[in-house]
Design a protein. Structure first.
Length: 553
């Protein structure tokens, strides 16, 4: 089995790579601190980032940063403090649905990871880019976001770092058992990852040259400056080689003294991957702020930074969340829906209220309750579904025939069921509006559809063989010898005397259970799903010892 990892390696190696990317690591003059000079350069735009060496043009974002309300609540934290794996992806997807259904305006990924599975990292990055639109997703690098963690961090709308955080180094590392054939060569994997980083950089206004240097150690990044305007840029050496003036001490690089641009230093040398400290990430424009993480409450200063009214709701992995995740999975949804329908059918064809009615209620409770806990089932959606059940009960047990109440009941129940499987905010209609929402809706609808088809097939079989099914015999009285039945219950003796083909008149509506008069005797009767009002003449199809099965004459 081929295992593809996007990992950083050991702590020592990561720290060494981070040190190699510090300004001045190649022998060039060290970088000045990003402090604003006393005067604003005349050529610099008003909102430019000004340093002692010059100024950087304002970053252009393809996607606007989602605004935050003055009073921010609710806001959620999703911990990512483990190697990136499929479990991580499933947890983020599940928790993202919960945040969206709660109407969250801010979601924070609390990051501490050395990396993990390459393709899972790509999946999570795509998820954040396509299914969190309108909600600000912030990566808080409390300790480190290395490798696949940096890929996820750049996919977020904003990056905030703790003072000791590290970000970067997403080199593709492959672990493969001996004798296993490669499906995708390493250079193709690196191309995919480099394109992902470049897309994130364009989307959020980061330096594309620096972003790609986190992935490809064949790239070299320079800091260049316009000789006339003093504009600063981070560029790839391959794009500017021979087009800039090279400072003394780097005679091995071709210099162009007449060029409009001059190279100040090498920021990322060839053979190294960019790994940034918090201060470097802030200087290079990746981090928007550095926020402390106090030991007592690591998220307290972050809450103040975003002017959160109260505290973050941290979505930790717990046994209850894992249980709810299982209950809302496609397979379990199909089983619960099948159990609900088939047990309701059996209960309607057996006397009184017993085991199967109880099982049906349990299935219904698990079906609705699990989605209510995840936020997918809003209170008004549950109310619509319950109203549909009430209308169906009115149609079956009070009004004759099948009319408006029954039709509305079916419609309300279907609307409620469909609304349960759409992850919508409380103030939004249950309509899928993103790839994730469509995926969740399609999975839920397919699961319920499979459960419904299976239950219909089972009902057809039960309608024919129900009295002979061993489980059904638990709730259906077994035939007793005529003498014993007559001695123990004279009414049963009267029922046994009514054979197939005998005519009677309905005295209590059969829906499908009711009562029928045969001569002077009134006995329990049931139809095969047919609704027969009182006063209708019926004919006996078969005798089941404790009741007769009838149909319209």
């Amino acid at each position: 089995m081929v295992l593809l990892l996007c990992a950083a390696g050991s702590l020592t190696g990561a720290l060494a790579r981070g040190a190699a990317t510090k300004p001045g690591a190649t022998g060039a003059p060290a970088a000045s601190a990003a402090t604003a000079p006393t005067t604003h350069p005349a050529a610099a735009p008003p909102n430019a980032k000004v340093t002692d060496e010059g100024w950087f043009a304002t970053a252009i974002r393809q996607r606007e940063l989602p605004p935050l309300p003055k009073t921010l609540t609710p806001a959620f934290v999703i911990p990512v403090r483990e190697p990136i794996s499929e479990k991580t992806r499933d947890a983020i997807e599940r928790k993202l649905i919960r945040c969206r259904t709660a109407g969250a305006k801010l979601i924070v990924l609390d990051m501490d990871t050395w990396g993990g599975d390459l393709f899972v990292g790509l999946d999570i990055a795509r998820l954040l880019k396509t299914d969190a639109e309108g909600t600000r997703v912030v990566c808080y690098v409390r300790t480190r976001a290395i490798s696949a963690g940096s890929m996820i961090a750049l996919a977020c709308d904003e990056i905030v770092m703790a003072p000791v955080g590290m970000l970067g180094d997403c080199g593709v590392v492959m672990t493969i058992p001996e004798g296993v054939k490669l499906v995708m060569p390493p250079d193709k994997q690196e191309t995919v990852v480099r394109a992902e980083f470049e897309e994130s950089a364009k989307m959020h206004g980061y330096s594309r040259a620096l972003a790609k240097s986190m992935v490809d150690d064949d790239l070299e990044v320079w800091l260049v400056r316009d000789k006339n305007t003093r504009e600063l840029r981070h560029v790839l050496a391959e794009d500017y080689r021979g087009k800039v003036t090279i400072p003394p001490g780097l005679s091995e690089i071709e210099s162009n003294p007449k060029a409009d641009w001059e190279m100040l230093r090498i920021v990322v040398p060839k053979g190294k991957l960019l790994t940034m400290t918090s201060s470097q990430a802030l200087e290079y424009g990746f981090a928007s702020a550095i926020v402390k993480a106090p030991l007592g409450d690591p998220l307290a200063d972050l809450a103040k930074h975003f002017r959160l009214a109260g505290k973050f709701e941290v979505l930790e992995d717990s046994w209850s969340e894992e249980l709810v995740d299982i209950l809302t999975s496609g397979i379990v949804t199909s089983l619960l829906f099948f159990g609900l329908v088939i047990c309701t059918y059996i209960e309607m064809h057996t006397p009184g209220f017993g085991l199967f009615g109880t099982i049906a209620l349990i299935c219904l409770g698990l079906l609705i309750g699990s989605r209510y806990l995840t936020g997918m089932a809003q209170w008004w959606e549950i109310a619509v579904f319950i109203l549909g059940l009430v209308l169906l009960a009115v149609e079956l047990f009070i009004t004759p025939g099948f009319g408006v109440a029954g039709t509305l009941g079916i419609i309300f129940c279907l609307v409620g069921l469909m609304a349960f499987i759409v992850p919508n905010a409380p103030d939004k209609l249950p309509l899928p509006s993103s790839e994730l929402a469509w995926s969740v809706f399609q999975t839920g609808a397919a699961a319920m559809g499979i459960g419904l088809l299976a239950s219909v097939a089972a009902m057809i079989l039960l309608a024919r063989f129900l009295p002979d099914v061993p489980v059904a015999n638990w709730v259906i009285l077994k035939p007793a010898p005529a003498a014993a039945a007559a001695m123990s219950n004279p009414a049963l003796a009267g029922i046994r005397a009514i054979g197939p083909g005998r005519m009677g008149v309905v005295t209590a509506i059969c829906r499908p259970a009711g009562q029928v008069r045969f001569g002077e005797a009134i006995v329990e009767a049931v139809t095969e799903g047919e609704y027969i009002p009182a006063g209708t003449q019926v004919k006996v199809i078969r005798n089941e010892s404790n009741r007769v099965v009838v149909t319209r004459a």
